[in-house]
Design a binder for this molecule. Structure first.
Ligand code: MTE
Ligand code: MO
Length: 486
């Protein structure tokens, strides 16, 4: 057998991101991963690790700690670290710069599920406002917040199907294109996952309650207009073009079908402002994609690249995590390619507030007249939302576990509807809030809520039939125990 090549640590360090070839080590094995870099599903973030040890990064990106990744790496093996550089038999991994160190401060009222990365949901007390206050808007970060404080330094590159690239600054976008505002709800695919876990079986992922959803008025330019300016024939694109990929500055990526991207009523925006203020850092400063009606995972933050393509984004967030399998499929060996990526989301609703109200107080509030109620009652409030721009047509409430039902009152719709500006093609991109007043004597056990959208899609009554190990799209009836004399 040929003698293994021994490599000094110093030589590995030289093959960093400024070099022509990229080396990394893991344990005492050295790899030349130059050819792998363009194929890396996480994109160029891998360049952070070159010239040094992979381990500190794999401790952050734990998805790598599995056999198929080790197998890929092994193909690029070139030698061993010279024993003279080993300390206690190991190559020193060194310190990596903490990528979370410039993350912004978050509002203390948010319910924190994790801090590095930040995953925080909107508290129920804030879900009652139609437009979620910016600092109470849920935050779902897979990685760190890119250290961008100056919008002028940011560039958006649009790559056309033939590989040609066109670059825009945020100022270019503001200057060149017509500005639009729409009110749209973002809902994480994991919203209400904890309910599925509790009602059914364990799921992987963050255990969100009812607050991985929020609504804002977003302002920006139409993706369709930018694509047309960059040179895409948006009236009749090449038949091979199927997807539009978005790349975020930190490494996140996702894609949407090209039809949605260029639909003049699809209202996909590149936004730089949220509720009239500059986009906050946690929500994508200085530029994010806003794909209304689709799962929020497609609304890529810190957007710096758009690619017109014949294939989906190769990211794990497109090809893996955000998919639903049958209830029988376990987490160990799913055939990831067997299910499509989640795009439009199904109909959803939740109860966010329950108040016991005494009859005399009910009279004072004027609600007694509206509902014809004289007795002590329970006031329930919540939201209902459907993807794909489908309107909520009805919200039903049951005070007795689903035996009898009444209709909740849909609240005023405060949305700015469509960027296209035509009143006739209004899609519903935002939630409807609802309220129900139920006589206290009718309560027996759990209240349930379910919503119906304008395609007459309804929510399933239990979680068992839609259970999936990733806990995505948990939208069974929301049940809340209300006691008679709370
Ligand atoms: N974009 C980038 N660049 N990085 C991310 O981690 N998370 C996605 C999406 N866009 C994400 C991203 C997911 S899963 C969700 S639910 C939404 O952003 C959350 O948006 P918000 O944090 O503004 O509420
Ligand atoms: Mo999400």
């Amino acid at each position: 057998p040929t003698k293994e090549r021994l490599i000094r640590l110093e030589e590995v360090h030289e093959h960093n991101r400024t070099a022509d070839t990229y080396w990394v080590f893991r344990g005492d094995s050295v790899y030349d991963i130059t050819d792998w870099v363009p194929n890396h599903p996480g994109g160029e973030v891998i360049l952070r690790a070159v010239g040094g040890s992979l381990e500190p990064y794999w401790n952050i990106f734990t998805i790598h700690q599995k056999q198929d990744v080790y197998d890929i790496l092994e193909q690029y093996f070139i030698g061993k670290i010279d024993p003279r550089d080993l300390v206690d038999g190991k190559a020193p991994t060194g310190q990596v710069e903490d990528p979370f160190k410039s993350d912004p401060k978050r509002d203390a009222a948010l319910i924190q599920h994790s801090t590095r990365p930040c995953n925080s949901e909107t508290p129920e007390s804030e879900l009652g406002s139609y437009i979620t206050p910016i600092e109470k808007f849920y935050v779902r970060n897979h990685l760190w917040v890119p250290d961008v404080h100056d919008a002028d330094s940011h560039r958006l590159t649009v790559e056309l199907y033939d590989g040609e690239e066109v670059e825009y600054t945020v100022a270019d976008l503001r200057k060149k294109f017509k500005e639009y505002s729409i009110t749209a709800t973002l809902q994480c695919s994991g919203n209400r996952r904890s309910h599925m876990t509790q009602a059914s079986r364990p799921t992987t992922g963050l255990q969100w309650g009812v607050g991985a959803i929020s609504t804002a008025t977003w302002t920006g330019v139409r993706l369709r207009d930018v694509l047309a300016d960059a040179g895409l024939d948006v009236q009749d694109p090449d038949e091979d073009i199927k997807h539009l990929k978005f790349v975020g500055a930190e490494a996140y990526g996702a894609s949407i079908p090209i039809d949605k991207a260029i639909d003049r009523h699809g209202d996909v925006l590149l936004v730089y402002s949220m509720n009239g203020q500059p986009l906050p850092r946690d929500h994508g400063f200085p530029l994010r994609a806003l794909v209304p009606g689709h799962v929020a995972a497609r609304s890529v933050k810190w957007l710096n690249k758009i690619v017109v393509s014949d294939e989906e984004s190769s990211s794990q967030w497109q090809r893996r995590d955000y998919k639903c399998f049958g209830p029988n499929v376990g987490a160990s060996h799913p055939d990831w390619d067997a299910a499509p990526a989640i795009q439009e989301t199904p109909v959803q609703s939740a109860i966010t507030a329950v108040r016991q109200v005494k009859a005399d107080r009910l009279k004072d509030s004027g609600l007694a007249r509206v509902y014809g109620l004289e007795e002590d009652s329970v006031v329930l409030e919540g939201y209902a939302f459907a993807g794909g721009g489908r309107h909520i047509v009805r919200v039903d409430i049951s005070p007795d576990r689903g035996r009898t039902w009444m209709q909740a009152q849909l609240q005023e719709d405060g949305a700015k509807m469509g960027a296209s500006g035509s009143p006739d093609d209004h899609r519903a991109w935002a939630w409807r809030q609802w309220r129900a007043v139920v006589p206290a004597t009718q309560i027996s056990g759990k209240f349930c809520v379910k919503a119906t959208d304008d395609s007459y899609n309804v929510q399933p009554d239990t979680f068992e039939p839609t259970y999936n190990f990733r806990g995505n799209l948990a939208n069974a009836w929301h049940r809340v125990l209300v006691s008679r004399d709370d």
